[in-house]
Design a protein around this ligand. Sequence first.
Ligand code: F6R
Length: 329
Amino acid sequence: MLGLTDHLGDALWRVESASIEPQDSPGGLVVAGMGGSAIGGALARAALGDHASRPIFVTRAYGLPPWTTPDTMVLCASYSGNTEETLACYESAGALGAQRTVVTTGGRLAEMARADGVPVIPLPGGFQPRAAVAYMTVAALEVAALCGAGPRLTSEIDVAASHTEQLVSEWGPDAPEDSLAKTIARGLHGTTPTIAGAGLTTPVAYRWKTQINENAKLPCFMHELPELDHNEIVGWEGASEVGRFSAVFLDDSDAHPRVKERMALTARLIAPYAQASFRLETRGETPIERVISLVLLGDLVSIYLATLRGVDPGPVRVLEELKAALAAS
Ligand code: F6R
């Protein structure tokens, strides 16, 4: 995770080295992937925000949205290249005559793409897929630009990389014990964390949830504002009767003013029922910097939580067991 800075720059270079021809896609971009490979699409869409000029959709399933046509660009993202849902989307996109691009380290997906003459963005091997988040985000951003769904953010990505480097020293393992990431991890330790995002931070909240699941091996849930204020807020009344829950609110400097007000009020109203509560704000100027800032913070918190629990953040045994059982059936 500390390599995030280098990954951003290396990802740009890898997309460039794939020499992908721009392909105008009036139907927009669909990013097909699962778990750590899909999140990049969602983060890219958040980073593009109002600058997206065509629909950008993330599918985490065996199929593509029904409106996919030959005018749609489908980016099939799978770190291993062997995820069956993503392979199914790759094949559906081919059957529909949609334009395709692949981002992967290899596997069946790379084999099929090479045989079909589909451009492949090659990723370095040896990571857990979820650690390649910067690669997947940059790949989705660059493919969005190549298919006309958004502007190129190359210089913003470069700036975000140097900004991230500063945050790594502020929140990383060498930072003092009372640094933000370590303090949050200590606060969440022994609780079931719930993460709330809004707008730009919604996919970041999902990233926090999945990183806490996979790195710290803990249940963790997420929701988004303003919707959370219309249901989940009421459930907090019973929280302490069934467990120890904590809350993390991911705010953004550019959030809608009413959403900001809601976050502050919601945090205050649930405080009596939460074991710990944190309201955090994105850091940086551009949307990509802000997205990456809270992704980094969440990733570090999840690793520190694993450390506090004495578990190895790397392996995802149950997930592998499930994949193996499915592959054998
Ligand atoms: C494991 C992880 C998983 C995988 C998912 C899909 O680190 O994050 O969520 O990303 O099981 O596998 P890939 O990414 O190989 O397509």
